[in-house]
Design a protein around this ligand. Structure first.
Ligand SMILES: NC(=O)c1ccc[n+]([C@@H]2O[C@H](COP(=O)([O-])OP(=O)(O)OC[C@H]3O[C@@H](n4cnc5c(N)ncnc54)[C@H](OP(=O)(O)O)[C@@H]3O)[C@@H](O)[C@H]2O)c1
Length: 287
């Protein structure tokens, strides 16, 4: 089976490499071609235009930054492609509405569409240990399970297209909120000169503890936001999608609006390419 892999950024590169290791033929496209060169050295065919990859493959995996990147890659030539017998598996983080609109565009051209956004980052992508959340029909889930197992030991069936997109945003909401909460507590501890070890010992024994805190502790305490696995600009995009989704169902989105404002401030400082924990710089008042 030939797979077109569109978007070989931080996550796409290790994911495409998992497919190659599993013996799939991969045709890769990335807007900045040089970023796909490591895949060429392990057997991928690289192309200059997305439609070249799509023409050659029966399955097209999208691992692009956001919906506008998907539009830029897919839409200019969407009417020139024969979609019959082609399946798109959209794996980036987009909203349920965006995912449903893609499904409509592909299905009206007789193609197949499902969504499979992922939880986990580069390390998990390299090991095939992502959590893959599938929004599809049950029959599609079963059909594509062995392929999705390249990325995850046990892909999770969530429901119809749109449901997995929302599920993923519900999880990322926790990334944003936990990071902001922890940043504030660490800020108080730091600025008042209280012993960090003691604070962490007590936190770890309490019901307030989340594994996320220890995972991000060193970065946040040392204020080291280099070598991002998940750049701040992507969390900013996700928080804005959460606001849209929340509004649609009548949720109060004020806390997320504040997070969006803080992340927006970080973007204005030019910190979009830093690790998302750079959100704590804003909370620490490092402007
Ligand atoms: N990083 C993570 O830990 C993580 C985890 C789970 C889910 N995700 C989600 O997965 C998706 C990919 O994440 P990532 O970390 O791999 O992001 P990334 O490193 O920024 O890669 C994004 C990809 O989209 C392409 N792109 C962006 N704008 C484009 C445009 N206008 N036209 C054509 N191509 C465009 C980029 O091409 P260039 O290389 O030319 O810029 C690159 O291939 C995102 O939706 C993200 O939210 C990320």
């Amino acid at each position: 089976m030939k797979i077109a892999f569109l978007g070989t950024g931080l996550m796409g590169r290790p994911m495409a490499s998992r497919l190659l290791q599993a013996g799939y033929e991969v045709v890769a496209y990335n807007r900045t071609k040089v970023k796909a060169f490591p895949l060429e050295s392990i057997g991928a065919k690289l192309v200059d235009q997305p439609e070249e990859a799509i023409e050659l493959a029966s399955v097209i995996i999208l691992m692009l930054a956001d919906f506008s990147a998907i539009q830029a890659v897919l839409f200019p030539t969407i009417n020139q492609i024969k979609w019959e017998a082609k399946t798109i598996i959209q794996m980036g983080t987009i909203s349920s509405q965006q995912s449903l609109s893609l499904k409509e565009e592909i299905e009206k051209r007789d193609g197949e569409y499902l969504e499979a956004p992922v939880l986990g980052s580069i390390a998990e992508a390299e090991k095939g240990e992502l959590v893959v959340l599938v929004g599809a029909t049950q029959a599609q889930f079963e059909r594509w399970l062995s392929l999705l197992r390249c990325f995850s030991p046990e892909p999770v069936y969530v429901g119809a297209v749109g449901q997995a997109a929302t599920f993923k945003l519900a999880l990322n909401q926790l990334i944003a909120s936990l990071t902001a909460s922890f940043a504030f507590s660490l800020g108080l501890i730091k600025k008042k000169g209280i012993a960090l070890d003691l604070f962490m010992q007590v936190l770890r024994r309490s019901s307030l503890y989340a594994y996320h805190f220890d995972k991000k502790l060193d970065r946040m305490w040392e204020e080291n936001y280099t070598n991002p696995t998940f750049p701040l600009r992507l969390l900013y995009k996700d928080v804005n999608l959460m606001i849209e989704e929340g509004r649609e169902v009548g949720l109060e989105v004020e806390t997320l609006s504040v997070l969006s404002h803080l992340l927006g401030k970080a973007m204005d400082q030019g910190w979009g390419e830093r690790d998302y924990t750079a959100l704590s710089s804003i909370i620490l008042g490092r402007t």
